[in-house]
Design a protein around this ligand. Structure first.
Ligand SMILES: Nc1ncnc2c1ncn2[C@@H]1O[C@H](COP(=O)(O)OP(=O)(O)OP(=O)(O)O)[C@@H](O)[C@H]1O
Ligand SMILES: [Mg+2]
Length: 242
């Protein structure tokens, strides 16, 4: 990674507030994500992590600023934001259960016109996730939780995202599957994709990410390199059970 990329954030969130109806949830959130980083967002139940991802995806009305490559996203529709390459893997995967794995993957690329590149990306997904290649004709809803999570991540990657945001990747999955998925994230990151990983498994998130933000009651309360946060006594006590 060269210096100029490091100094200009890919995503710059400033004073972002959002909520549900009259109820505010996010209070002046500020964060930055750089090209090809893996950033973790951790915090207790109800801290506002999913709400932040929804706000970034344009699914909740927000105030403040979300700039991606200098372009303001607040006020754009979810479809416009998706089209600019900010793609979310929602909690619970939300696959099309009655469609095959391959059709789910192709749904990820529905906004793209570059058919040759789509075909290449599909082959690439099957190389990254050999299990999806074996199961390309299987209905997505009939797969195991880990396989469904692979399918959901692959579907997001089929959108050719600039930034992929994954909500609760490890939820309900065996540690061996989670580890496999973390290795996939490291591989796609080496490929230049930027990752924002929301996790309740703080140990997992901090061991895989470059940097992390800790959220409490709608505010960012700690941030820094993941290797430093994992050794921070306040973080250890609150989130790592130490
Ligand atoms: N659709 C909704 N309508 C009203 N309030 C909501 C809605 N979704 C979430 N909230 C509230 O917003 C706050 C933040 O919730 P959010 O789901 O963002 O937390 P989270 O950090 O993702 O938690 P978890 O770790 O349990 O997934 C909570 O107080 C929650 O009750
Ligand atoms: Mg959540």
């Amino acid at each position: 990674m060269n210096a100029p990329e490091k100094t200009v954030p890919l995503l710059k969130v400033d004073n972002l507030s959002a909520g549900y109806g009259e109820m505010p949830v996010l209070h002046g959130v500020q964060l930055e994500i750089y090209q090809a980083e893996m950033v973790a967002l951790v915090g207790s139940n109800g801290a506002g992590k999913t709400t932040l991802l929804r706000a970034l995806s344009g699914m909740l009305p927000s105030t403040g600023s979300i700039a991606m490559n200098g372009r303001e996203l607040v006020g754009l529709t979810p479809d416009q934001i998706f089209g600019l390459g900010l793609v979310q893997v929602p909690e619970g995967r939300q696959l099309f259960d009655r469609m095959t794995v391959q059709d789910n993957l192709l749904m990820g690329s529905y906004r793209r016109q570059d058919n040759a590149a789509i075909a290449r990306d599909l082959d690439k997904m099957y190389a990254i996730f050999p299990r999806m290649a074996e199961r390309r004709r299987q209905l997505a809803g009939s797969m195991s939780g880990g396989e469904q999570q692979m399918c959901a991540i692959a579907r997001a990657l089929m959108a050719a995202p600039v930034l992929v945001m994954i909500d609760e990747m490890s939820l309900g999955l065996a540690p061996v599957v989670t580890q496999e998925l973390m290795e996939v994230l490291a591989a796609i990151q080496r490929d230049g994709v930027t990752v924002l990983l929301v996790e309740q498994d703080v140990q997992l998130a901090l061991s895989g990410a470059d940097r992390a933000y800790v959220m409490e009651t709608g505010r960012i309360v700690h941030s820094g390199p993941a290797k430093i946060l994992i050794n921070d006594p306040a973080v250890q006590q609150a989130y790592l059970g130490m």
